[in-house]
Design a protein around this ligand. Structure first.
Ligand code: AN7
Length: 352
């Protein structure tokens, strides 16, 4: 019989802080495609694979961490979860809370959340609080709130989040047959880069990979605390998902970078948008702006001659492009042709 995917906790139970019989909260997350990108590969002189995390149930990688965080919340008998978010964490938390019958409170920077993500929080029934501040300030509030009130924090400072998110590294090794030479991903609050490094290390230590990859992280120029070497007060970028100036997992991200022999660099908003268009037009994958950052970083590294010839490089694209169509379409000339119901008019319109 064909294998039916059971979500990342069941699939990787031996590597998770849970046991058979635990009340697993899952929407079937994980098992996402790893897509070879031939044109991009020849452009950069390496073998490039794209890990398509926008295929998760709520459209982003956050679902991997939310299945584990929510399972622990249910085990603990808590009833209300809270998170700060640039949009994807709140969308995922709202979906998993709805599934588990929990109350979900989301704290969002006003005016800085993509429309699709806002819609997700609303339709899944989250209590929405908009804050006249940025993500970092929202995170400060929810951390305080969870210490003083009976609400469980499901941001990535909750260690169960990283436990789930490390499963993406396991999948990449399983899909490739070994770890890549280099793994690339966007860096915002820095939970994911920390989780991937944990996952790659765990798999190698268990003898399931022969090596660990170098980790190359990419930030947006206007929100690049790791590149500057200190927190940024007023982060700004078109990639609202990674509009973060004071990453919570600072030390873990630095460890991932340095232990792996990797780097964290920055790309401009223009490079991000160009990479988003390239992924959509040449690879066939529509991602949100933040997710295009690693591709922009890869192209910049190749232009500098920093990409080892023939290396196997995996890039995580973290969120689905449908969440933010306004940014994707801004600056594009769209002239729809309207024709009568007539095949000759259709042929004429197409220049056939
Ligand atoms: C598409 O939703 O922080 O470095 O509150 O949505 O693990 O934070 C989102 C982050 C990359 C950065 N790509 O990951 C939130 C939030 C997308 C994202 C990141 C985010 P981290």
């Amino acid at each position: 019989m064909a294998h039916v995917w059971g979500g990342i906790i069941r699939e990787y139970l031996d590597h998770m802080p849970f046991a058979e019989g635990d009340p697993i909260v899952t929407l079937g997350e994980g098992g996402t495609p790893l897509v070879h990108a031939p044109t991009l590969s020849s452009t950069v002189g390496a073998e490039v694979f794209i890990k398509v995390e926008g295929m998760n149930p709520s459209g982003s990688f956050k679902d991997r961490g939310m299945t584990s965080a929510m399972t622990q919340v249910v085990k603990d008998g808590d009833h209300t979860v809270v998170c700060a978010s640039t949009g994807n964490t709140s969308a995922s938390a709202a979906a998993y809370a709805a599934h588990a019958g929990l109350t979900c409170v989301v704290m969002l920077p006003v005016g800085k959340i993509a429309a699709g993500k806002m819609a997700q929080a609303i339709v899944h029934g989250a209590k929405l609080v908009q804050v006249d501040g940025n993500f970092d300030e929202c995170l400060d509030i929810v951390r305080d709130l969870s210490e003083r009130y009976p609400v469980a924090l499901v941001n990535s400072v909750n260690p169960y989040r990283l436990q789930g998110q490390k499963s993406a590294a396991f999948e990449i090794v399983d899909q490739l047959g070994d770890a890549p030479d280099i793994h690339m991903l966007p860096v915002g609050n820095a939970g994911n880069i920390s989780a991937y490094w944990m996952g790659f290390k765990e798999y190698a230590d268990a003898g399931l990979a022969t090596r660990r990859p170098r980790i190359w992280g990419v930030q947006a120029e206007g929100a690049a605390p790791f590149v500057r070497g200190h927190p940024i007060k007023d982060p700004e970028t078109v990639a609202t998902a990674i509009r973060i100036g004071n990453p919570a997992s600072w030390d873990l991200a630095i460890a991932a970078r340095d232990e792996s022999g990797g780097w964290i660099r920055a790309v401009s908003d223009a490079e991000i948008l160009a990479a988003q268009a390239l992924l959509a037009g040449d690879v066939g994958i529509f991602v949100e702006p933040a997710s295009a950052a690693p591709i922009a970083g890869l192209l910049a590294a190749a232009a500098k001659g920093d990409v080892p010839r023939g290396a196997t490089i995996t890039c995580t694209v973290t969120g689905n492009g449908l969440k933010d169509t306004a940014t994707a379409l801004a600056g594009r000339e769209i002239e729809p042709v309207v024709i009568p119901v007539d095949v000759e008019a259709a042929a004429a319109a197409l220049g056939l």
